[in-house]
Ligand binder design. Structure first.
Ligand code: CDP
Length: 221
């Protein structure tokens, strides 16, 4: 028998919809590289804010992006982005980045700069002997990997999602980020046709994961 086929699982959804927790569990269960693309947008946002490049100044963004070198190292099963050799700090989960990330993520040049890097995570996964990858974000099933073996879209009521963030002790503009992410012209947050839509408002994490895992296991084992 040869190698089992490489599998790609895309998980999209709004802020605090449960993407990270569920994708980490799936990564463990099926030996996949976990790729949190939100952390990439957050890291770039932090770097552009540090350089005082506003999201409205596209020329300055293009010039800054040309200077940034993206690399990947493993942090457990997760892909960690390095910019100029440096990993992101805890600041990328702080309020300043929360308040600005959607504005930078709406800039087409920022998305273009990340496109090849995100697709290139398949090579990282293969190189480290993973069976595939699970990538979470907003446009994974629609733009980055529209042919992924599995494309999930997580829904949850916005009030419930804001409550989840509060329980984590984090101040987050969940509804405002969703509004900007869903209405931008380039790669808006949406459930692409054919993706499996899961409403997690009344499901706990285990129930969401079991739904996904059952579908994956049925197809790959
Ligand atoms: O963890 P949470 O769901 O709150 O957000 P995140 O996944 O860390 O993403 C932070 C922000 O990055 C989002 O609000 C989007 O503006 C942007 N993003 C995006 O535009 N496309 C992606 N594939 C992932 C994130």
């Amino acid at each position: 028998m040869g190698q089992p086929p490489f599998i790609i699982i895309a998980i999209d959804g709004g802020a605090a919809s449960g993407k990270s927790s569920s994708s980490k569990i799936l990564a463990d269960r099926f030996n996949l590289l976990h790729v949190d693309t939100g952390s990439f947008y957050r890291h770039i946002t932090y770097e552009l804010l540090r350089r005082k490049v506003p999201p409205t100044d596209h020329a300055a963004i293009i010039a800054a992006l040309a200077e940034l070198k993206f690399e990947t190292r493993l942090n457990g099963r997760s892909a960690q982005m390095l910019i100029g050799g440096q990993p992101a700090g805890d600041e990328i989960r702080g309020q300043n980045v929360n308040d600005h990330v959607s504005h930078y993520a709406a800039v087409p040049e920022v998305r273009t700069a990340l496109l090849a890097y995100q697709r290139g995570q398949t090579a990282v996964a293969r190189q480290h002997g993973f069976r595939g990858l699970v990538m979470e974000g907003r446009d994974i099933g629609s733009v980055i990997f529209p042919d992924a073996e599995f494309r999930f879209f997580l829904h949850a009521d916005p009030t419930e999602r804001a409550r989840r963030r509060e329980n984590e002790g984090r101040i987050d503009s969940v509804a405002e980020r969703d509004r900007i992410d869903s209405s931008r012209k380039t790669s808006p947050l949406c459930c692409p046709p054919g993706a499996i839509d899961i409403d997690s408002t009344f499901l706990n994490l285990d129930q969401v994961v079991e739904k996904m895992a059952a579908l994956i296991a049925a197809k790959i084992q």
